[in-house]
Structure formats: C-alpha cells, structure tokens
Design a protein around this ligand. Structure first.
Ligand code: ADP
Ligand code: MG
Length: 262
C-alpha cells in the first residue's frame, strides 16, 4: 500500500498535478461508500484538477495584469452614484466590447469610481481568459520614454499592444510634453480596431487639447479612440469623501468641505 501511494504521488508530481493528491483519499473513501463507478471516480478527480489548473492560470494572468487593487462589480454601490446606469455597466460586463475591439471611457471627477469600474471589468475579462494590462497614463509614458533612451521601445510597446484589454488610468492629471503625447498617440493608433482600451479621465474631451499640448494631436487621438467606443460620464460625489465624512473627518461649512475645527 505504501509502495502504491508513493508511486501515485510520484506520478502526480511528474504530471504536475497538485490538486488530485489533496483530494484523492477523500474521493476514494466517498466512492467506496457510495458505490461510485471507477469512471465516475476518475472523472471527478480530473475535473478537480482541471478546475485548479484554470484557477492557477487566472491567478497568474491577474498578477501579470498589475491591477492596483482587486474589486468587483458586486462591490460597487450603484445607489451611491445614480448618474451611472447599472444596466449599462452590467451589459459592458458581458465583454462584447472586448470581442469587438471597442473602447470604453470613464469620465468624471476624482473619487466617483472610475478606476473601480475599470478594475471590475478587467477582473471579469481575466475570468473569461482575456489578457489584460493596467497602467496609468503617467507610468506608460514614463516607461516608453525610458525605453526610448535604451533603444528598447519596439519591445516595450508590446506590453501595451499585446493585451486584449489595456486600461490606461488617469489621463489628464498631468499635461504631456510633445514626446509623451506622441507615444500616447502611437499606442492608441496601434490598438485602433485591434484591441480594446478602457480609459479614465477627470477631464472632458474639450480639455484634451490642453492635456496633449496640441489640439491637432488631441483630435487625432480622440478620433481613433472614439470611433468605436462607449463613454460613461459620471457626475457625482466622491466616494472617498463620503467615507471620510462618515468617519467625521470633514464637516460641511457653507457648502464647502473643510477639516473639522476640533
Ligand atoms: P476614481 O478612479 O474615480 O478617482 P476610484 O474608483 O478610485 O475613483 O474610487 C475611490 C475609492 O472609492 C475606491 O476605493 C473605490 O473602490 C471606492 N468607490 C468609489 N465609488 C464607489 C461605489 N459607488 N461603491 C463602492 N465603492 C466605491
Ligand atoms: Mg482613479
């Protein structure tokens, strides 16, 4: 019996199966008790191993996606943000927009849930086995500028063109200089009609000329970005401030937020 057990463990190790050794004995006892056929028993074990493999795969892809946090749509309180149509977001979660290489843009002031929603859709996409990559606009530009100096742009750009879904967070917090704006344009152009982008910005489209320091370039970027796209305009209060208010961090004075005096 020991020899058999050892041989089994050896075989599992060589095959790279890690789940079956954990559940083998429970399933074997169960099968004996309930008269489960050999084939059914084998099927149960293999299904467990396949599910575990799928889990590992998604976990690895999730790590590679570099999401800033892990939050789902179910953790999003739609009642707090009535300007968002929940049905529309649930429809986006079917991920047809990724299948069709369309873009999705969340616009709105800080704290209204743009990044949360982008991350939640990204997690849905990871579950459906899509390759996802998350970056802030600033990090992406900085990475490409560094790569430019070491003549590795061609390789580095693949980080942003290869995923089925690229999330570019926080456009508009900083203005871009000319080279930065051109790198940005390059990414948008290369992904145009090839791969989806989710983009978040605190600036309305009218202000994009200012972000890119060049209205012609901003128009060219918007033209490609918006051709097949959905824009979700979020108008509302910051969730962060709501939480702070709840904790008594702020009080309202004449409609303005200020720190409590005491
Ligand atoms: P934004 O990207 O628009 O600045 P975030 O998505 O980063 O805002 O949201 C700020 C924080 O508040 C995050 O921790 C996010 O999970 C949370 N949050 C924002 N809106 C909601 C909401 N409607 N329900 C639950 N959590 C929310
Ligand atoms: Mg954000």
């Amino acid at each position: 019996m020991i020899a058999l057990n050892e041989r089994l463990q050896n075989a599992f190790r060589q095959l790279g199966w890690s789940r079956i050794p954990e559940v083998l004995h429970t399933h074997a006892e169960e099968a004996a008790k309930h008269n489960i056929s050999y084939l059914e028993f084998l099927d149960k074990l293999l299904q467990e191993e396949l599910a575990a493999k799928q889990d590992r795969f998604i976990r690895m892809r999730t790590r590679l996606a570099r999401l800033p946090f892990h939050k789902t749509l179910d953790q999003f309180d739609f009642s707090f943000q009535p300007s968002i149509d929940e049905r529309r977001i649930r429809d986006l979660a079917t991920l047809r927009f990724i299948e069709n290489q369309e873009n999705l843009i969340f616009l709105g002031p800080p704290g209204v849930g743009k990044t949360h929603l982008a991350v939640a859709l990204a997690m849905e996409a990871l579950k459906q086995r899509y390759i996802v990559y998350f970056t802030t606009a600033h990090d992406m530009i900085q990475t490409l500028q560094e790569a430019h100096q070491t003549h590795t742009v061609k390789q580095k750009i693949k980080t942003y063109t290869k995923p089925h879904l690229l999330i570019i967070d926080e456009i508009g917090y900083r203005k871009m200089d000319e080279t930065a704006a051109h790198f940005f344009f390059q990414i948008i152009s290369e992904r145009y009609e090839r791969g989806s982008i989710i983009l978040t910005s605190n600036k309305s489209y009218g202000a994009w000329g200012e972000i890119f320091g060049d209205s012609v370039l901003a128009t060219a970027i918007l033209d490609r970005l918006l051709h097949h796209s959905t824009t979700i305009n979020i108008k509302g209060e910051s969730y962060r401030i709501k939480e702070k208010k709840k904790a008594g961090f702020f009080k309202l004075e004449g409609g303005n937020l200020s720190k409590p005096t005491s």
